[in-house]
Design a protein around this ligand. Structure first.
Ligand code: NAP
Length: 453
């Protein structure tokens, strides 16, 4: 069976790839199992040399990689280049810092010696989305490889060439065969792979729907899983916020990557004293974004990745307007294949899709509230719990609100972002488990107690 990918800007067929036959999947799982003991036994420094080489290879091939990302999922050229550099930086970071994270941790007890050591667990299956088609993979993979694990990747079906390039990069970095393999498989085949005894665990970055299915399968097999799912982050603007700083941040946080970012600001929770001024300036700034060909340097808003995703977003917008939301900007698809203009909905209220669902595209929801207390209540009135931000001139108030937000990461006067030094992940229906930093690298390790009486 084959799968076709379509250029989001032109609507033209880009590429057709064949799904792997069962025999090929079997060969790759066997190779992963065979590769694991030797990979785990390598000195950390040697694994680090491979991971560093992968970073150098990413930098060397950045223009290739950018072109493929732009053609397959519509990423703007500058955003794609920044993503490649972020991945290369992650390779450097984990090559350098893994030893600190993996060092034995002494724990004082009555024993002569007691401590925790960290052991790799084997082959981790990664199921990844298209929105950051290189970063999502390296965010998991660089620490996993340093930990001594091996991996098979099932990437989103609309970014097969991104997956192939990742394979090429790691092959060029000299990874032994089987340490990392791409599997071009569908979701039914992915379920089979997860059930295979040679797969120890799974990490998914994707939608809640995929999370339910994969976590259920992992649970059935008693395999560890990490779920990085959707979000509807609040961007809380308090009365004393500096709009010169807040408005550009709001535009960037909502509209970068065509709004298709799990930790994008999606709900703008704005207190009464500043709401009118914020909304006026936000609409004005967002109206300057230019939707168009993502390969064109003049374009500042990328198309969405697929037409069906654009159509679903528009359905959510129309249903919200029918329920009383007020369109202030955009809110109507243009005539390109998958483009959607920068859009803003005001007066968003409970019961509307724009209030309760994730809007995974360039649409901002404005939720007006009376004061700080109501801002916290509304920001938390969601089933998601990925990130959130607070904008205020009063750092203490910012921290007070940040600590009350029910989410995996709360930023004060900063855009929520992932950073190799900080753990990343969600609460509530945004998932569980962590990636990055010490918490992330330990997720797929046996945390083992040694006690010498
Ligand atoms: P998706 O449809 O869930 O796809 C993600 C991956 O899961 C793809 O590889 C997909 O493969 C696979 N998949 C879907 N259903 C599956 C199943 N039943 N069994 C096995 N694999 C399955 O999500 P998406 O549309 O690509 O990504 C958007 C979502 O990801 C948003 O909700 C976004 O917020 C979330 N996200 C979260 C994070 C985070 O770190 N928390 C980061 C980025 C994105 P196919 O393509 O073959 O269906």
């Amino acid at each position: 069976m084959s799968v076709e990918t379509v250029n989001p800007h032109t609507g033209l067929s880009e590429y057709r790839h064949e799904l792997k036959a069962a025999t090929e999947v079997e060969a790759r799982l066997a190779a992963a199992a065979a590769a694991f003991p030797a990979w785990a036994a390598l000195p950390l420094q040697t694994r680090g040399e491979h991971v560093r080489c992968a970073g150098a290879e990413l930098r060397r091939r950045r223009d290739d990689i950018q072109r493929v990302m732009t053609a397959e999922m519509g990423k703007l050229r500058r955003e794609a280049l920044a993503e490649v550099e972020k991945c290369a930086g992650a390779c450097d970071y984990y090559a350098e810092h893994a030893a600190d994270y993996l060092r034995d941790t002494p724990i004082a007890t009555e024993a002569a010696s007691s401590y925790v050591c960290y052991e790799p667990i084997g082959c981790v299956m990664a199921v990844m989305p298209w929105n950051f088609p290189i970063w999502q993979v390296f965010r998991f993979l660089a620490p996993a490889l340093m930990a001594g694990n091996v991996s098979v990747l099932k990437h989103a079906s609309n970014v097969p060439r991104c997956a192939d390039i990742i394979q090429e990069v790691l092959d060029a970095a000299g990874l032994p065969p089987g340490v990392f393999s791409v599997l071009h498989i569908d979701n039914a085949q992915a379920a089979e792979v997860l059930r295979d005894a040679r797969v120890a665990a799974v990490t998914l970055t994707g939608s809640e729907r995929a999370g339910r299915s994969i976590a259920a399968n992992a649970g059935d097999q008693l395999k560890k899983c990490v779920m990085e799912l959707g979000g509807s982050d609040a961007f809380v603007v308090l009365d004393d916020a500096d709009l010169d700083m807040v408005v550009p941040a709001a535009v960037k946080s909502r509209f970068d990557n065509a709004g298709q970012t799990c930790i994008a600001a999606k709900r703008f929770v704005v207190t009464a004293g500043i709401a009118d001024a914020f909304v006026e300036r936000f609409v004005q700034a967002a109206s300057q974004l230019r939707l168009g060909d993502p390969a064109d340097e003049a374009t500042t808003l990328a198309p969405m990745a697929r037409q069906d995703l654009r159509d679903e977003l528009h359905r959510q917008v129309e249903a919200s307007i029918a329920a009383g939301a007020v369109p202030l900007l955009g809110c109507r698809p243009d005539d390109s294949h998958a483009g959607y203009p920068a859009s803003i909905l005001d007066a968003v209220a409970p019961g509307m899709p724009a209030y309760g669902e994730e809007l995974f595209g360039p649409v901002a929801s404005i939720l007006r509230v009376a004061d700080e207390a109501e801002a916290v209540q509304v920001a938390n009135d969601t089933s998601f719990g990925l990130g959130g931000s607070v904008w205020t001139a009063d750092a203490q108030a910012g921290e007070r609100v940040a600590r009350q937000l029910q989410c995996g990461a709360a930023f004060v006067n900063g855009i929520v972002r992932s950073d190799v030094r900080l753990p990343f992940g969600g609460s509530k229906r945004s998932g569980f488990g962590r990636e990055l930093a010490e918490h992330g690298i330990h997720e797929f390790m046996n945390i083992k107690t040694i006690y010498v009486a």
